[in-house]
Every structure is written in C-alpha cells, then in structure tokens.
Write a protein that binds this ligand. Structure first.
Ligand code: ASP
Ligand code: MG
Length: 443
C-alpha cells in the first residue's frame, strides 16, 4: 500500500500526463495506491490572483475552466470524458458564483480565499482520475478533502484523530487507485481550509501515517533533493539518502520548496518517503533517524535577510529584556529566522526576511533602554548532516567558516545542522566553500 503525490509543476500538458499515467500504473500494479494531487501547474497562483484582483476574478476562473476542459479533451476519451466534463463544469459553476460575488462585493475573507483555492486541487483530482480510467486503469476520484483541520484559514492545523476517520473512507472505495486532493482540508463544520503553500507534500506524508501505509512517493520535477541549488553550485549532486532529522532541517530551510512540515508525520511512524523525478531517473530516500553512515548532506542558503542588532548596556542581566524585544516582533507580525545573544548579554541579534526588517526595526525604536539598533544585509548559510555531531567533521566545517566574519552560529534539530549568519556579500563564498566540504563527505 502506498501514497503517490503528483506535483503541480509536472502537470502541464499531454506529455506530462502520459508519463504520470505510466508511473502510477507501475506502482499500482504492485499495490493499492492512493494518489494525492496538486492543482495543475500555475492554477493555485491564478486562483490567488483572482482573490487579489477581484475585478478580474471571473475572467481568471474562466481561463482555469477552459484549461481543464482543453486538457480533458486531449487526455480522456469516450464516456469518461463526458463524466469528467460534467464534474469539472459543476465545480466551475460553483467557482464562477463565488468569483462573481467577490467581484461585486470587492471583499474577501480568509475563509472565502481558502474556499476558492480548494477548487485547484478538486478539479485536478477529477482530471487525473478520469485520465487513469480512460486508460482502463482501476481508478476512482474522490475530490473532497480527507484532512479535518481547525479554522486557521491559509495555514490550518490538522486534527489527526478526526482526519484518520475521514481518511479511512477511501479504503472503502473498491478501486485499486483512488485520486484525492492534496493541500486542502475542511473544518469539523465543513468549511474548506488549506494547509499552506506546497501543502500537498505534507498531505501525502500525513495520509501515509493516518492510513498506516509504509511508503510515500513524492513525484516532482527534479529527481530528488540536491546538495545545493545546481544553478548556483555547479558541483551539486542528488542526495541518495537522508535521515529524518536531516530532511526536516533541509525542508525547513527551503530546499526544493517542500512544505516545511512534510517530514513531521514520519517521527512517530516507520514510513519511507521517496522524492523522485518525473522526467529523469534518480531519487532521494528519506527514512529512519541518523546513523553512522550519515555524514554531510547539503547546504541551504537564505540570502535576502537583514541582521538587526539591538545593543544596550542597560539590558544586561535584566530579566524580561529579551522577552520585550521578541514581543515587538510578535506585535509587528514578523517571523524571526534566527536569533542569538552573547553571554555578556549586551546585544541581541535577530535575523529576519529583508521585507520585514523596516517594520520590526521601527517597532524596536519604541523600546526604552536601548542604545542603538543596527540593521545590515545578511545571509544565513547552513550545513546539514548528522555527521556534524562528529568532532572531526564539525571542526572541518568550522575551519571553512573561520575565514569569514561570522555574526552567529546556531545548531538545529538534534545538532544535525549548523547555521552561520554572515554579511550578505560573504554569503555566496561561504556557501561555496561549505558545499565543497559537503560534496567531499557525501556518500
Ligand atoms: N497547489 C498548492 C500550491 O501551489 C499545493 C501544492 O502544490 O502542494 O501551493
Ligand atoms: Mg505545488
């Protein structure tokens, strides 16, 4: 039994669907298969645009509808086409009505936004299911959410026991393959929600856990997770195995735009997760926790950051001064990417996205007892690998980093990552040097 997630970036045209059909047929010949689908390429972005440019909402919806119908006419024939056309048209009707109302009212709530976004994945699951049936595969679409969530629209939290009950419904469907939507959920009162951008990966691993399936395959554009972005680091390679801790750290820091919670469900279940390409052979297997064969695996670079340093000789040793600084970040609605304070307690360093720096630093000006607030361009360069727990390897990494002016070093989950905050113009060179160490140690 396995879960196969089909990404949105690999759902563009007939050729893609040909490859997708082959891949699903290969897996389902072996086992019962739950296929989790993303919306077709670009559809979620278009739906978001409709919620923002409400004037154009109806036009955008009509483009999305046309795209699905056109695609259906190419990849689905006979009676399967008629059925799928009816289902897609019915969904589109519902979506047209919402698009009209947000256009007329020129207003939208977080709840309605999620409702609108849900159509991308719902339409995709109808389309994909029909395509498989049209190829005489034993498949069924179930275009409704299997995840039950709270009502934090846009970034909803899954309620696992209710979701497990809901998810088991697909096991009663007597088809070998069931196609379900990723990314979306519903509240106990049946409102559509979404679990955050890229959420289909997370949906797939979570369904693996809730259904007790041992294997999850995330099929995407690239054949696995790489040691670094190959466009910027020419020696980058595919990582063949990642431990769970390493995968968590890499996903969290933005590797391959995976949903940051993708690997979370694996912590309490023994699940194998493959990240594999549709076009090229190759994959990354994520399984188990750190073992002695794990050395260094990859780097992650965040380079559009600001380092905000709050300096004060008055805050030294005063209980609550760090809390007051952090409270300002909360008030400003700013996410903190990294933070540190030397034991002298004279400075607090906060790293945030560049776009949030101004908002936070102006709030920080309100603090009494602060001597100065400095803001500078920064990069956070991280190395990931269980081998960082090994003294010799850690020393080698530190040696590379020591040629740079490092503002702070921090360690990640179970010490399998190390993040160096440096000036922005040093970020790339540090990353390049650290990547060379990684490539030397990858096995
Ligand atoms: N369609 C959603 C997005 O674009 C979810 C996903 O693709 O995983 O964010
Ligand atoms: Mg996607």
């Amino acid at each position: 039994m396995l879960v196969v997630k089909i990404g949105g970036s690999i759902q563009k045209d007939e050729r893609d669907f040909e490859l997708i059909a082959n891949r699903i047929s290969q897996y389902s010949s072996r086992d019962r298969t739950i296929v989790v689908t993303s919306a077709l390429k670009g559809v979620t972005n278009s739906l978001i645009e409709a919620t923002e440019n409400r004037d154009k909402a109806v036009e955008i919806v009509s483009e999305i509808y046309d795209r699905h119908v056109k695609l259906l006419s190419k990849i689905v024939d006979g009676p399967e086409f008629d059925n799928a056309f009816k289902s897609i048209s019915k969904l589109a009707d519902e979506l047209f009505r919402i698009a009209w109302s947000i256009k007329v009212l020129d207003e939208i709530s977080a709840r309605v936004r999620d409702y609108i976004l849900s159509f991308g994945e719902r339409m995709a699951s109808v389309t994909l299911g029909a395509m498989l049936r049209s190829r005489k595969m034993d498949a069924q679409s179930y275009p409704e959410p299997l995840l039950v969530t709270d009502d934090s629209f846009g970034e909803a939290n899954v309620i696992e026991d209710l979701s497990a009950m809901e998810a088991r419904k697909v096991l009663d469907i007597p088809s070998k393959i069931v196609v379900v939507p990723g990314f979306i959920g519903k509240t106990p009162t049946e409102r559509y929600t979404t679990v955050g951008r890229g959420g289909s990966d997370y949906t797939a691993t979570l369904l693996g856990k809730l259904l007790g399936f041992p294997e999850v395959r995330l099929v995407t554009e690239v054949p696995g997770i790489m040691t670094a972005d190959p466009r910027k680091f020419p020696g980058a390679k595919t990582i063949s195995r990642l431990s769970l801790e390493e995968a968590m750290e890499l996903a969290q820091m933005g590797a391959k735009r995976l949903h940051p919670r993708t690997f979370e469900p694996m912590f309490d279940r023994d699940i194998r997760v493959y990240i594999e390409g549709l076009y090229d052979e190759g994959y990354t297997l994520v399984q188990g926790t750190c073992d002695s064969s794990d050395k260094l695996k990859g780097i992650a670079v965040l380079d559009d950051l600001k380092l905000i340093s709050v300096e004060s000789t008055n805050i030294v040793g005063k209980i609550g001064s760090a809390a007051r600084v952090m409270e300002k970040a909360r008030e400003a609605g700013v996410n903190i990417i990294s933070l540190s304070q030397p034991a002298s307690e004279t400075t607090i360093h906060i790293v945030v996205d560049s776009k949030n720096a101004e908002r936070l630093s102006s709030r920080l000006q309100e603090l009494r007892d602060v001597d100065s607030i400095n803001v500078q361009d920064a990069s956070a360069v991280s190395v990931v690998g269980c081998g960082l727990r090994n003294k010799e390897l850690f020393r080698e990494v530190l040696r590379e980093a020591s040629s740079f002016e490092v503002a702070s070093i921090s360690r990640g989950l179970r010490n399998v990552s190390a993040t160096f905050v440096v000036k922005k113009d040093e970020g790339f060179n540090l990353a390049k040097d650290l990547h060379e160490v990684v490539v030397k140690w990858i096995n």
